[in-house]
Design a protein around this ligand. Sequence first.
Ligand code: PLP
Length: 285
Amino acid sequence: MSRIAYVNGRYQALAAACVNVEDRGYQFSDGVYEVCEVRGGRLIDERRHIDRLKRSLAELRIAMPMSEAALGVVLRETVRRNRVRWGIVYLQITRGIARRDHAFPPPGTPPSVVVTARNMDLANAERQSSEGVAVISVPDNRWERVDIKSVSLLPNVLAKQAAREQGAREAWFVDRQGRVTEGSSTNAWIVTREGRVVTRHADHAILRGITRTVVLDVIKAHGLTLEERAFTIEEAQAAREAFITAASQIVLPVVRIDGKPVGNGAPGLVATALRRDFHLHAEAT
Ligand code: PLP
């Protein structure tokens, strides 16, 4: 089945879909995006993703291109046309098409909207979660507003590639104080030897993951102790467990950090329980 993309009002074959060369997303990475899990054909935590999208747009002074209801229809229609049962839907909004000039285009320039959706390999995801994954650490060389879900992802791309080249699944960014901020496309967590769950506080130095927000609810429901604070790579290597979270992966246990095993080198009980119960706390619409 050929995939379908929504591009500025039209559903087209993905292979033929394109954007204007003067789209500001293409020229300046002047845009934002969201990725939502699709499960059983339904969108997971759509409301939270749209709320975060509106915040990212407002921070960059890009207009919401259509009503929330209309956006919801486009997301669902793209999922339907691609027959996605379990996978992701991707939404990107840029500041639109204009003659190349760094400053904003004239008021009223319509933002560009692209939506794609695809199935994911469920068996592979389950295998990864049962085996756990490796992460490496890299210096955090991103700008100071990574709380905005902008499509400017070059440091993230380079970090992920470095991870791949070292046989790891993810790269954890480490700030100038030697503390982990987050992964290149995930939030970072540890479980201390005392059983406390630790993740960095959500300031401008991390993206406030929607999965992170829901996992905080699962942690509460399980009566676990939470600490929202920074931690170092050394603390993570000495922890009982580590894991990463993102909409496309939910909760994924981390079993190696910079080549050192975490805990007994196998997925931990807390990460496994949080993954198992995640969808009891997420919203499906
Ligand atoms: N941090 C970064 C840098 C990301 O790119 C992502 C997801 O793409 C996340 C965290 C996790 O966010 P979410 O749980 O909303 O997918």
